[in-house]
Design a protein around this ligand. Structure first.
Ligand SMILES: NC(=O)c1ccc[n+]([C@@H]2O[C@H](COP(=O)([O-])OP(=O)(O)OC[C@H]3O[C@@H](n4cnc5c(N)ncnc54)[C@H](O)[C@@H]3O)[C@@H](O)[C@H]2O)c1
Length: 379
């Protein structure tokens, strides 16, 4: 019989209650306690689920001997200190995205988890979703041909965050999907943006990620759009995919379209592009809540003592990309080169399900510490 994992959740704001609902629903998992420093949020959750213990002290939850695993759904600036306390107390730890405020913090958390044999997972929820898993399957089967570029837009009105800019809040979803689809790390990032509403906190950003073999991805993130948009286009040499996460059933559509240049021609008059217009089709996707799959995966990894698909190293790679984007933002969009003098040396290795994205050597990046990471220093 599988061992029951006892879980406690820190943070009962917007996202915490969704995690609470999902962890409560899982077999082999007992949600014991929830904690928020705001007593009103604790009361709200405990009114929904009367069997839960509600507390306001994270230290008390972390110290609870019955709790095997801690789930952190608090604002980003508190992730590192809470996760460190949780890991040092011997608890398996699940951290909401983005993992922490700097790569140094991530490295320390990974080190503590590894030394103590604990599962450390970062919630990059979309990698557990059916559309993204289907897209990765199609790309890996070679059905799209060579990927030429990916364009992603994640736009809506709000929710304005106080401690992170829109790139740190929304782009982690797009970045995690793009890295997963391409299976490699970017060589450079450019990012431009503006803070229109809250001083120093960009509410609109445009990011470009450059990859080996001239592949690139663009990511537009905004809290200042009248319409909610969650759209990604993946352009391959043979076929293209449009992924619209707001659709209920038809989230991905594959277009059998392409453009080719004639291999040779003698005169300019003979030159003609060849446009191929084929069918488009919508693959069947299993309707499952991605967050439920992510929570289940965390519990399974603890039970089987295995590494999560989105473990600490995965979270670290994300933070490195965000740090590079913030450094570029400070340079008005000039490219930040990974592996350059002021960046760590990154070896590009392919990420497949269950594997880590890359191995990183060399010195931690010094040019983009906390001050340049898109996070506002809150005194
Ligand atoms: N995976 C996703 O799709 C997704 C979606 C939304 C938010 N998130 C992430 O979830 C996290 C929380 O976001 P949110 O929108 O719920 O924020 P929120 O501000 O709505 O809620 C955070 C809650 O944490 C509490 N809190 C703050 N510091 C605390 C501490 N030290 N101890 C205990 N409680 C504390 C606050 O009182 C608040 O109730 C963020 O990291 C965010 O990026 C992830």
């Amino acid at each position: 019989m599988k061992k029951q994992i006892t879980v406690g959740v820190l943070g009962c704001g917007y996202w915490g209650p969704l995690l609470i609902r999902n962890f409560r629903s899982l077999p082999h998992c007992q949600l014991k306690a929830v904690c928020d420093q705001n007593i009103a949020r604790v009361k709200h959750v405990c009114a929904l689920y009367s069997d839960l213990e509600g507390i306001t002290s994270p230290q008390q939850l972390i110290a609870d001997r019955d709790v095997n695993a801690v789930v952190i759904a608090t604002p980003v600036k508190s992730h590192y200190s809470l996760a460190k306390a949780s890991l040092l107390a011997g608890k398996h730890t699940f951290i909401e995205k983005p993992m922490a405020t700097s790569s140094q913090e991530c490295e320390e958390l990974i080190d503590i988890a590894e030394r103590n044999g604990l599962v450390l997972m970062v919630d990059h929820t979309f990698l557990y979703s059916a559309p993204v898993r289907k897209i990765v399957e199609i790309v890996q089967a070679g059905d799209l041909g060579d990927i030429r570029y990916i364009n992603s837009r994640r736009l809506n009105l709000g929710l304005f965050q106080k401690d992170v800019n829109v790139a740190w809040d929304l782009a982690p979803h797009d970045i995690s999907i793009i890295l997963h689809i391409l299976g490699e790390l970017p060589t450079a990032v450019n990012c431009q943006g503006n803070a229109h509403v809250t001083p120093q906190i960009e509410d609109v950003t445009n990011m470009s990620l450059l990859f080996p073999h001239k592949r690139f991805a663009t990511i537009q993130s905004s809290w200042l759009e009248p319409r909610k948009i969650r759209e990604m286009t993946i352009v391959g040499s043979r076929r293209m995919i449009v992924y619209d996460d707001l659709q209920t059933h038809e989230k991905i559509r594959i277009y059998d379209v392409r453009v080719e240049r004639p291999p040779h021609y003698d005169t300019f008059a003979e030159f003609q592009y060849s446009y191929h217009y084929g069918d488009s089709y919508i693959p069947y996707l299993q309707q499952e809540e991605p967050l439920n799959l992510a929570c289940r995966h965390f519990i399974d990894c603890i039970g089987t003592n295995s590494a999560p698909i989105t473990g600490g190293r995965h979270g670290l790679e994300m933070i490195r990309v965000l740090e590079g984007a913030s450094a570029s933002l400070k340079m008005n969009g000039a490219p930040f080169l990974f592996g350059s003098r002021n960046g760590s040396v990154v070896t590009h290795s392919v990420a497949k399900d269950g594997a880590q994205y890359s191995q990183t050597r060399g010195t931690p990046r010094s040019a983009v510490g906390n001050a340049g990471n898109g996070l506002r220093a809150i005194a």
